[in-house]
Each structure stands twice: as C-alpha cells, then as structure tokens.
Design a protein around this ligand. Structure first.
Ligand code: DOR
Length: 418
C-alpha cells in the first residue's frame, strides 16, 4: 500500500456529533471524512475517541530517584492513561538549571521514554534563562514560590527579575504559589493548615503583583476557588484536588500528603463549580516510594502519582454526563498546546495523530494494574475508564495492557537553537 496512510480510525463520533473516519499519515491527521485507503483500520463505533492528552505537569524522576520513577516506567504509565506528551518538571536531583543538565535530561528521555516529552527549566536566582531557552526548555518552572519536596523557594525580588527575563523571551513561567505557616505537620488536616487556602490565595496575589513586566504566567495546581478567582493568567487544577478531599482519605496517612494539600469536601465541590475557569487539567504526577510514604508524617515527602489515572477519572465524569467532552479536550489537549506553542492532538487536518480510544465501561482503579514504579495510587477503588488502545504519531503504541514501539519525539521550546 503506498497511500502513506498509516491508520484509519473508522466511525469516530466527533465532539460536534458527526460521525467520520479519520485518516492518519506521517504523524498527523490527513483527512476527516470518508476513510482513505490503508492496510490498517480500527472500528471506533463502540469507543469514545479523544485526542490523547498532553500532561503539563509531571515529575518523571530518574537518576538517584529512580526507585520512585524513571522515564521508562513513567512514560508507560502515561501511555496507559491516554497521555502521549508529558512536560517534565525540573526539580530533579540535581535540578535542571543549566544547558548541560537540560541536554542530559533530554538524552535520558530520548533513550528511555515511550511517549513524547518536553522539559521545563528550573527557576533559581542563578539560572541563565536565555541559555536555557536556547537549550530547548519549553517553559520555565514550576517556579517554587514556596518550598516543596525537592523544590527550593525563591523570594519576591528574584521572582520579579525572573519574570522580566522570561517575559523578554515571550516564554511561559509556571508558578507553584503557596505560603507556609509554621504549624506542626502531624497529619493531613494540619498539613492543610500549614499550607492553607488563604495563604495560597495570598501567594497568588503576590505573584500577580511581582509580575510587573506582564510575563505570561501559568499557575500550577491551584487547590481552591479563591485562588482561581485571584489568579491572573492561565491556571491548572489536578485530579487529586477535584476527586479527593480530607474527608475521603485517611487523615493520619502520608499517602495523601501533597503540596498544595488536599482540602475539605466543601472546597473540592467549590473547585468543580469553577470548571469553566480552569485552563488546564494536569496530574502533578509526583511519585514517591511506599517506604517513603510510610515514614513519620512530618518526614514523608509530599506528592502523589496520577499521570495514568487523570484521563480515566475525567472520562468517567464525561460518561456520567457531569462534564462535556469538549471541555475535557480543551483542558487536556488544546489549551496545553496553545500555552506551550506546540501542535495539538485533535480532530482537525494537520493535528498530531495522537488518540486514545476509551470503551464506555468504567472499572475500579487498582494500583496493581497501573504502571508507575511507585506501586500505589490514592485513587484505589475510584471508578474510571481506561483507554483500550492508544495511538501516537499515527501508530498504535498501547493496546489492552501491551506496549508497542512508537516514535517518541522531544518537543523543544521555540527558543531552541539546533
Ligand atoms: O506535592 C508535591 N510534590 N508538590 C510539588 O510541588 C512537588 C512534588 C514533588 O516533586 O514531589
């Protein structure tokens, strides 16, 4: 066959209600309508077909943190959850703050990642932002405006300067906005007090006022309605803040410890009421080992895994008619691509040929069926819909628990000097 069409997705129910065949050639959507000739076709009439997600916030670890996760395990976890592009955060050990470290991170991912990837630059007082932009960083941050696991905080003056320089590059700065009150960190409720909703909102307002140069700012993982209302710029919310609350997890266990913390059930519902204001849903996939999470609460690291469960939880909500298909596509494919200046996955000719095919049957989430190295999930027993097949670059890379070799690409930022 010489049509150049690698695969046709037949009978796809498009978000606008039309049914069409989608032909994929050379990694892109080449035709939407009647299917072009191809050796390979998948009948999608029983599936909810979605553009594969781009997860703007993951921590793929590796190096001396490989017992938590590495590129191989983390990227497979992404694919099995319908995510074909991950944006890796720079708070690795050592943090990604020099072009050399950025290159090493890219090389590691090129060797081991099963999915597409991009790398963010760290933001510290000494970071050479221009050099990191030329090295291929796609965005700057998460910028720690308060310390977190493996993240050292910067002060207001440094942030203001950093935003000026990042703004001059017309690049995106992503911010972890929190403030800490010194109270004992004994359990999830005191962790919530130590990093309260009020102080998160205050931190958001301070970041707004530090942005005198009007740099493009993206707020990471906001956890309350008040912070969403205060934020100027784009913002992301995580599945754990949308699907978990202080009431739904064991208060004394550090498995639910995360920054920003889980909030009350009331606040969780408030977040859902702001669904329309949320620009991006990102997982903040931050795996730690079970051994680390079983330490004394105050010593246990903050962070929970989620790249594999993000889309399945959202698709469950789509099937329950709680949220629209279009809103999920916007927040997991279109908006991340627009913010990062890359090609989106989607149903239009020229879009990236990355799709996830979801059966319309929810199942219970079980940690032992997931692919992250950490081996646990805070969403155990939640109902979700996992993709049966995942397409990346026009070819099948995942089917019913089995992975197939694809062509993962690095997505450098616009400043990359080859
Ligand atoms: O809980 C968190 N864990 N929040 C962060 O911002 C960092 C992350 C991590 O890297 O473990």
């Amino acid at each position: 066959m010489t049509t150049g069409v690698s695969l046709v997705l037949k009978n796809v129910n498009l978000p606008e209600g039309r049914i069409a065949d989608i032909s994929l050639s050379r990694g892109a959507v080449s035709h939407v309508g009647a299917g072009l000739l191809s050796d390979d076709a998948i009948d999608c009439s029983s599936y909810l077909v979605l553009p594969a997600a781009s997860d703007m916030h993951v921590h793929m670890r590796g190096g001396i943190q490989s017992s938590k996760e590495d590129w191989r395990s983390g990227s497979r976890s992404a694919l099995a959850g319908g995510v074909t592009l991950v944006i890796d955060q720079p708070n690795t050990i050592p943090p990604i703050t020099t072009p050399g470290l950025c290159n090493d991170r890219v090389l590691d991912a090129q060797l081991h990642s099963a999915c597409h990837f991009a790398i963010n630059s760290g933001v510290t007082a000494g970071t050479d932002f221009e050099a990191m932009w030329h090295a291929g960083a796609i965005a700057f941050g998460e910028t720690f405006f308060s310390p977190s696991s493996y993240g050292e905080a910067i002060g207001e003056a440094t942030l203001e300067q950093a935003l000026k320089r990042i703004g001059n590059l017309n690049a995106l700065a992503t911010i972890h906005a929190e403030k800490i009150t010194p109270v004992s960190d004994l359990d999830l409720r005191s962790h919530d007090q130590a990093r309260s909703i009020q102080s998160e909102e205050q931190a958001v307002r301070t970041v707004n006022s530090c942005n005198t140069s009007r740099c493009r700012v993206h707020f990471c993982h906001l956890s309350s309605a008040a912070s969403l209302d205060a934020a100027s710029g784009s913002l992301e919310v995580t599945p754990h803040h949308l699907f978990l609350s202080l009431e739904s997890v064991d208060n004394s266990s550090a498995f639910g410890k995360v920054n920003p913390p889980l909030r009350t059930e009331r606040e969780r519902k408030n977040l859902w009421e702001r669904w329309g204001r949320i620009t991006v849903i990102a997982s903040d996939h931050a795996p730690h080992t079970m051994e680390e999470k079983q330490k004394k609460f105050s010593d246990a690291p903050a962070g929970i895994p989620g790249v594999e469960t993000m889309m399945p939880l959202l698709v469950g909500h789509i099937l329950d008619k709680k949220i629209s298909v279009i809103s999920v596509i916007e927040k997991t494919s279109l908006n991340p691509a627009t913010l990062l200046g890359i090609r989106k996955s989607g149903f239009e000719v020229g879009d990236r040929a990355d799709f996830a095919l979801y059966p319309k049957t929810p199942v219970r989430i079980r940690a032992d069926t997931l692919h992250s190295k950490c081996g646990w999930t805070p969403f155990e027993n939640h109902m979700a819909v996992f993709p049966r097949q995942v397409i990346m670059g026009g070819t099948m890379v995942y089917c019913e628990g089995e992975f197939f070799k694809g062509s993962p690409q690095w997505f450098p930022g616009r400043g990359y000097n080859r």
